[in-house]
Design a protein around this ligand. Structure first.
Ligand SMILES: C[S@@+](CC[C@H](N)C(=O)[O-])C[C@H]1O[C@@H](n2cnc3c(N)ncnc32)[C@H](O)[C@@H]1O
Length: 284
């Protein structure tokens, strides 16, 4: 048996020496996932111990984190909109800016029953958070990667439980997708990083998160354009298109929207005051 307090100290020190910023927090999260205790319990009980096997496994996880593997992939979990999502390296790790978009859409469709399309559903975090909170909504999660869609389906069972009938997942690219029934709202957090910028991302992101979820082509707008073109035909007239965009893409994206009959209704800024989401209405 080994004391958690000593393991925490050693793990945090190892991570700190390898340049991990939140070394202590990361060590706590890793040990609490192994000990099956929440962080508060881990910290408040001085004499808490884990078995030698658990301690060995903890050192192995610390080594993975040392190599910059994101915590969410190591513990296979990420909270999004206060819901627990299963995550692995086949899906993007849900980000806080995306929660801002979900929050806005929830406000607009509260007490309504929208039919929603989520383009590039990834872990399913957007569509499942919306369907969880909107009792009468239905939706489709569209995803180009077969391995990623498996994660979204796992999360649908976990989050929606007996309400799983509210969601369908389609394995297709947006360009090849068609739907007989038109959507009230299309929401997407597409890959939007210009290819040449991928090499400048942090090691945590560029070495571990799927390229398909990051790479938006030469100017970062390849998939955004495809989503806008297709939305014109599968969205109801006056329906809403809610797009997350990269920092500095607002001007170009708003022009593409305008020339495709979309009128901007709401803009959402991130925590650094950059415009990161555009919600526009189809007038077509
Ligand atoms: C930035 S991730 C977003 C994942 C998730 N919606 C989220 O917000 O965390 C973009 C997702 O779009 C998918 N994707 C990329 N190109 C696509 C396309 N042409 N059609 C449909 N999905 C696509 C990727 O596989 C990836 O899962």
């Amino acid at each position: 048996m080994q004391y958690c307090s000593l393991l925490l100290k050693a793990g945090a020190q190892t991570l700190k020496e390898s340049g991990i910023l939140n070394s202590r927090l990361d060590a706590e999260i890793l040990l609490s996932s192994i000990a099956g205790k929440d962080r508060l319990e881990l910290l408040s009980k001085e004499n808490l111990k884990v078995s030698s096997e658990q301690a060995q496994f903890y050192h192995y996880l610390i080594e993975r984190r040392k190599k910059r593997e994101p915590i969410a992939y190591i513990i296979k979990k990420k909270e999004f909109f206060s819901l627990p999502f299963f995550i692995n390296s086949n899906s993007l790790i849900p980000r806080p800016e995306t929660e801002l978009l979900v929050e806005k859409i929830l406000g607009i469709y509260k007490n309504k029953k929208p039919y929603i399309l989520d383009v590039g559903t990834g872990s399913g975090c957007i569509i499942l958070s919306l369907l969880y909170s909107l009792p009468n909504a239905r939706g489709v999660g569209l995803e180009i990667s077969k391995n990623t869609i498996k994660i979204a389906k796992t999360n649908a069972k976990k989050i929606l439980k007996s309400q799983i009938f509210k969601v369908k997942f389609e394995h297709s690219s947006i360009q090849n997708f068609s739907s007989e029934k038109h959507f009230d709202v299309i929401i997407s957090n597409p890959p939007y990083i210009p290819t040449y910028e991928i090499k400048n991302l942090s090691d945590d992101v560029k070495n571990f998160e799927p390229k398909l979820a990051l790479d938006g082509g030469k100017d970062g707008l390849d998939v955004i354009k495809k989503v806008i073109y297709k939305s014109k035909y599968i969205l109801k007239s006056k329906g809403l298109l809610a797009l997350e965009i990269g920092n500095g893409q607002y001007f170009k994206v708003s022009q593409i929207l305008k020339s495709n009959f979309f009128r901007t209704k709401y803009l959402i800024k991130d925590f650094k005051n950059n415009i990161r989401c555009i919600i526009s209405e189809l007038n077509f």
